[in-house]
Design a protein. Structure first.
Length: 392
């Protein structure tokens, strides 16, 4: 995706929100038809039948006819593809789309090519039923057959062109790097570099805490609550932008400097699931406290450091050069003598081998083991595999 910041007028924003509403309504209708299917009933209608039903609905309801047929049909196509991905095992089950949370639609075909450059800083796109909408030219506009317009929680509009960027060519130096992802240090390289994903500053975190407390005191549905939620969304959007910028720059730098990039084969989706409540022995209905709170902090640390996003962008930019290594015992194994023991890891940052006395940063030591392409388990080497899937 090649994304640009969209700058619609107030009138255009209302028209864009109406298009989002139509796309969301059609998606939810298709999901309702699909979720009502049982073994005793007939199969739910496929895309062709749903497109025919959409034509009848547009003829019967004027508010639906006021929207773009291309946008509404594309919502049906997107849902049909989501169902295929679900049965193919590559994606999760399609879910309901909610107002304020899922605001966006897609334009395909010849209408997606109506792009006009105004000057070196601005261009505009002809959106169906909306008109010419300006967007900022942060880079060259790629030639794409479709684009998606979205609105985030902070109220910002974006236009993303569906293109697959060319991978970054290898440097040819033959260098191999291992990347160990963590909470305190976002990414530790086998070269000794410690990379940290930027977040909110102390002042911004204090501001976020104050806004969250203010939100808890607001009455539901009030205008004051909407203003506080918008202020919180702006802080979170700033946080996300910094993380995305760090991931893009880090992945580009690694793809340019090294020929082979080895990472841990982590199941992030399973690692960030909510824990089941643990009952107290001998006390029916009682559960141990703070277990979910501690796990929530760990999950938040994993997600805000961009573990999955970093590897996913590396697989895009260094296609065929990213290898996954089993993470077993990489943090307990000495990268010099190969001795494995839990006592080697003195703390989060200090590694000291009890056999040879080697001292190093614990994350860098793990990254060196990852770069070696093996995970030591009972003195056996586990071969690496070239990644063909994407992390969630």
């Amino acid at each position: 995706m090649s994304r640009f910041r969209l700058h619609p007028t107030r009138v255009q924003q209302a028209a864009l929100l109406l298009q989002c509403k139509h796309a969301r309504y059609v998606w939810n209708l298709a999901l309702e038809q699909w979720s009502m299917w049982t073994r005793d009933n007939l199969p739910s209608p496929a895309y062709v039948e749903q497109a025919r039903q959409l034509t009848e609905a547009r003829a019967a309801f004027g508010w639906l006819r006021a929207g773009s047929q291309t946008v509404q049909q594309q919502a049906l196509r997107d849902f049909d593809q989501a169902v295929k991905n679900f049965f193919g095992g590559t994606h999760r089950r399609p879910t309901w789309r909610r107002a304020g949370l899922h605001e966006g639609f897609r334009v395909v075909g010849g209408q997606a090519g109506r792009i006009m450059k105004l000057n070196r800083k601005w261009a505009q796109a002809l959106v169906p039923k909306v008109g010419w909408v300006r967007f900022r030219l942060s880079r060259a506009v790629p030639g794409a057959k479709s684009y998606r317009i979205t609105r985030d929680h902070a109220g910002r509009w974006h236009i993303a062109f569906a293109v697959v960027p060319e991978p970054i060519p290898a440097s040819g130096s033959g260098e191999v790097v291992g990347v160990d992802r963590g909470i305190t240090v976002s990414a530790a390289l086998s070269t000794g570099d410690l990379l940290s994903c930027p977040g909110l500053s102390d002042r911004e975190q204090q501001r976020l805490k104050q806004l969250q407390r203010r939100l808890a005191r607001c009455r539901r549905g009030s205008n004051r609550r909407q203003l506080v939620k918008a202020a919180i969304a702006k802080l979170h959007a700033r946080w996300v932008d910094r993380r995305m910028d760090w991931v893009e720059k880090t992945s580009t730098d690694l793809a340019r400097r090294f020929d082979v990039i080895r990472v841990e084969d982590l199941r992030i989706a399973r690692m960030t699931t909510k824990p089941k409540p643990r009952p107290v022995p001998g006390r029916p209905g009682a559960y141990l406290p703070n277990r979910r709170r501690a796990k929530a902090g760990l999950n938040r640390g994993i997600l805000v450091n961009g573990w999955g996003l970093l590897v996913r962008r590396l697989e895009h930019k260094a296609a065929g050069r990213v290898e996954r290594v089993s993470p077993a015992y990489t943090s307990q194994t000495c990268s010099v003598c190969g001795h494995r023991a839990p006592e080697n890891r003195e703390s989060q940052a200090v590694f000291r081998c009890v056999a040879c006395g080697h001292r190093a940063n614990a994350d860098v030591n793990a990254a060196i083991n990852i770069a070696a392409g093996r995970a030591v388990s009972a003195r056996r080497e586990t071969p690496v595999r070239v990644s063909s899937k994407r992390e969630p």
